[in-house]
Design a protein around this ligand. Structure first.
Ligand code: SF4
Length: 310
């Protein structure tokens, strides 16, 4: 990979005390850049590090608030390894900021770089993530497009969770809206009906004992979260709920999308809690600025950190 094909930024995007690396890689044989991000997470067990990789070039789902280009290609294990090696090699150059041990276990996140369950290389990708020593925790996010391959890959993921009890798995479903009519307005792709998503949530819970997290991106002017509607279709025993603030980037500004007023988002979250769901609203501005490669993001990254030559 040539140096000038990769843009790398480092700054305090997620955590005022600790640095994040954001890299945009242009694979020589691919048309668009993909992102790989290394960031710290603080949790009740202390700190850990997440590597967020891209699994596709672009995305076929076409959520209205997302700035990924149209889908062009699936990535494979070879590309994932390159993303992970790059971000760790950058981190090793800055040991004061990235002070993890030689046998550090990372969280590998398949959340923002394409629709992972539409990838025909899904099994190989998860096998690489599960069988190696580098990752102890895998996080998936999917909108559950209504396609045969998604059903197959979801079942495959459940198999991986069963056969690898030493690894932690977290599954997020980006439901987008609590009813099918509104979901059709938010995504271009044909998605599974909410009742099928609910079936999958129950299945995931029964077979793994863990809950799926349903996520919603909050936007002004769109009635996306109706707590009663959610309660009628999902059991609080099977799902948790996370409401996300809208990411700020050039495309959202261009089409006039704005974040929902925080007090409304918080009261929706309270209502969901009162219906028995574990629910919370994530408004972190550090989280909001992480996005894909466009000039407006570059300005934001430079406000919080610097571009580095590697
Ligand atoms: S599924 Fe994820 S990556 Fe794809 S368009 Fe929607 S938000 Fe973007």
């Amino acid at each position: 990979m040539e140096k000038n094909q990769t843009k790398i930024f480092m700054g305090n995007y997620h955590d005022p005390l600790r640095k994040t690396i954001i890299s945009f890689i242009q694979f020589p044989e691919k048309k668009e850049k993909v992102a790989v991000i290394l960031f710290p997470i603080r949790n009740s067990n202390g700190n850990n590090w997440t590597i967020e990789v891209s699994t596709q070039v672009g995305c076929a789902v076409g959520c209205m608030f997302c700035n990924l280009p149209k889908f062009s290609e699936n990535l494979g294990v070879k590309h994932l390894k390159q993303q992970v090696s790059l971000v760790l090699a950058v981190a090793k150059k800055f040991p004061d900021h990235f002070n993890f041990s030689n046998n550090e276990k990372f969280k590998l996140s398949f959340t923002d770089g394409g629709e992972v369950l539409l990838n025909s290389n899904f099994s190989e990708i998860v096998e690489y993530a599960v069988l190696g020593d580098l990752f102890s925790y895998l996080k998936f996010s999917s909108t559950l497009p209504n396609a045969q391959i998604v059903h197959k890959n979801f079942d495959r993921m459940i198999e991986f969770t069963e056969y690898n009890p030493d690894k932690r798995f977290h599954m997020q479903v980006s439901l987008l809206a609590s009813n099918d009519e509104m979901r059709k307005k938010i995504a271009k792709a044909n998605l599974m009906p909410v009742k099928v998503v609910s079936h999958y949530a129950d299945k995931f819970k029964q077979e793994t004992g863990r809950k799926i997290t349903l996520t919603f991106t909050m936007m002004q002017g769109y009635s996306l979260v109706n707590p009663e509607e959610i309660r009628n279709q999902f059991s609080p025993d099977s799902v948790m709920i996370r409401l996300y603030a809208l990411k700020s980037h050039a495309k959202n500004s261009l089409i006039g999308l704005q974040n929902l007023d925080e007090s409304i988002a918080l009261s929706l979250s309270d209502e969901l809690n009162s219906l028995g769901f574990a629910s919370f609203y994530a408004s972190s501005p550090q989280e909001i600025i992480v996005g894909y490669d466009d000039e407006s993001n570059e300005e934001k990254f430079l406000q919080y950190g610097k571009r580095i030559i590697f």
